[in-house]
Design a protein. Structure first.
Length: 166
């Protein structure tokens, strides 16, 4: 059975209406939908425009303002600098893959921690760190290869432009 997308309508008065439960909901309740893995879209009630990204960014912004922020001013500045850059198109997928690698490693760490027998937590953590570092290096190498291919002028590829390594 195909999963239907839950529609949340955003009205001009900034209220959010969940069409599935026929009730107004708060941003915190939208956040809970994300945590629960629900598939949803936020649509402008009048125009039907997709506002999902805007609402998700609003949730992130509110959580960054209170408590322990995850995004430093330096990181946010670096992200802003990518807008309009020739590599802007690579940044989103790169961040998505980086986060997925992190989540995969976190899940692997949790499952190994649960089945840990005879290993010290430090040995397990060291092993996981080494594998995470290898995966990160491979991902960065792939990103750099893709970026260099994107910046190679047409007709220049494979023209004996190899360089000797010292």
């Amino acid at each position: 059975m195909a999963q239907t997308i839950r529609i949340i309508k955003k009205y001009p008065n900034r209220r959010l209406y969940d069409t599935e439960i026929s009730s107004y909901i708060t941003l915190e309740e939208v956040r809970q939908l994300v945590l629960d893995g629900e598939t949803f879209e936020v649509r402008d009630a009048k125009s039907g425009e997709d506002l999902t990204r805007s609402v998700l960014l609003q949730i992130i912004s509110e959580h960054e303002e209170k408590g322990q922020p995850m995004l430093s001013p330096q990181l946010l500045s670096q992200i802003i600098r990518f807008y309009g850059d020739s590599l802007q198109g690579f940044m989103g997928p790169y961040l998505e893959r980086s986060l997925q690698v992190f989540l995969d490693q976190q899940q692997q760490f949790r499952s190994q921690l649960n089945s840990m027998m005879g290993q010290t937590p430090w040995a397990l953590l060291n092993d996981l760190t080494e594998r995470n570092l290898d995966a990160w290096k491979n991902m960065q190498r792939g990103f750099m290869d893709a970026a260099s291919q994107a910046n190679t002028p047409p007709g220049q590829a494979g023209r004996g432009t190899t360089t000797k390594k010292p």
